[in-house]
Design a protein around this ligand. Structure first.
Ligand SMILES: [Zn+2]
Ligand SMILES: [Zn+2]
Length: 371
């Protein structure tokens, strides 16, 4: 049975989201229905909003979310109504080859897991509505598989807990799982938005000896120090100048670079600043067809590596517990990452605020706009 909910709907990329009523199905099987509390605005949402990444419309974006479970399907075992949960765009089966090798973000059964026998979201006219990442959190409620959520408890304020679902999983995950940083490593993080700041925090948690923040906005570099950057480099339009500034700080280059921007130029910079045996870990999403140019001699002669780490190669279900412990003991800063809190109906204003140089994360509050 479908119930009406209010959602911010993407109809035409490049245009503002439109508030309209949609119909959300009831949970079946291993699904859970979650009432949205807080949702962060992520750059991948912005990419779909602008049209630089494609999604079938109409669509409900939003994936960095925390909420309260309202109802569960009969096959749900781990989650119960009343639980506060954070969601992930990478549910995992736990049994495929990637899951068994500790890479659940590459779960081979993710498409099968998302399949259901009828659309979860409809317009009142009966048109199917796409939900980004199988979530669709720019709405009063959303319906996901149990495997897409982790219980988060009450020790983290919900306006900050939502960050665990995307930028923290991705950034901290990249440092700890994707790049496997250790105490003898020097690290450079390119881009100091929500993901980059999280990567800086992850590198600090992993014990890195130096953590260099690189961004084109001076305000971001000041903020980066609060989260654990030991050094900063102002990114110049010319990548060679940026690389030279890093070379002055850490001669020979870094052991690890983490790219959190999503441009070919910054991914190439991430490779260019590696010392021999160094690894560049690319997190930023780029448009389909984008290509990177990597100098082959530096790759082979220097035993350098470049790798992707989609969503930071996080291990969501256990990482949420790890993040919670590090938050409780003061080693992971979360509220400090929330630059602006806005009511749900200010979502389009929130996307505008994302481009301000001092913005790390904008979080929408849905509790205010609900009865
Ligand atoms: Zn995201
Ligand atoms: Zn799997």
């Amino acid at each position: 049975m479908y119930t009406p909910i209010m959602a911010a709907v993407l109809e035409d990329p490049g245009e503002p989201l439109l508030f309209r009523e949609l119909l959300l199905d009831a949970p079946a099987g291993d699904e859970v229905l979650v009432r949205t509390e807080h949702v962060g605005l992520c750059h991948s949402d912005l990419h779909y909003l602008k049209g630089s990444l494609q999604i079938t419309t109409p669509a409900v974006l939003g994936h960095e979310v925390v909420g309260i479970v309202q109802r569960v399907g009969p096959a749900v075992t781990r989650i119960k109504p009343g639980d506060r949960v954070v969601a992930t765009v990478t549910p995992s089966c736990g049994g495929c080859r990637c899951c068994l090798r500790g890479r659940p973000t590459q779960c081979e059964r993710v498409d099968a897991m998302r399949t259901r026998h009828r659309p979860k979201l409809l317009t009142p006219e009966g048109e199917t509505v796409e939900a980004l990442g199988g979530i669709g959190a720019f709405a009063e409620a959303f319906l996901v598989k149990e495997a897409s959520v982790a219980a988060v408890g009450s020790s983290i304020p919900p306006h900050a807990a939502c960050l665990l679902g995307c930028c923290v999983s991705t950034g901290v995950g990249a440092a700890i799982h994707g790049a496997n940083i250790g105490p003898d490593d020097t690290v450079a993080v390119i881009g100091c938005g929500g993901v980059g700041i999280s990567a800086i925090q992850g590198a600090k948690l992993a014990g890195a000896r130096r953590v260099v923040a690189i961004d084109s906005a001076p305000a971001k570099l000041d903020l980066a120090r609060i989260f654990g950057a030991t050094d900063t480099v102002l990114a110049e339009p010319d990548a060679a100048t940026t690389a030279m500034a890093l070379e002055a700080l850490i001669p020979g280059g870094v052991d690890h670079s983490i790219e959190a921007v999503g441009r070919s130029s910054t991914a190439e910079l991430a490779f260019a600043i590696l010392r021999p045996t160094g690894t560049a870990t690319i997190l930023g999403l780029m448009p389909a067809g984008e290509k990177l140019q990597i100098p082959a001699d530096a790759l082979v002669y220097g035993d350098r590596r470049i790798q992707g780490a989609y969503m930071g190669a996080n291990r969501f279900l256990s990482d949420v517990d790890m993040f919670t412990d590090h938050y409780v003991t003061g080693r992971l800063l979360l509220e400090e990452m929330v630059t602006k809190r806005l009511p749900f109906d200010s979502i389009n204003e929130g996307f505008q605020a994302m481009s301000e140089p001092s913005t790390i994360r904008v979080v929408l509050e849905l509790s205010q706009s609900q009865s």
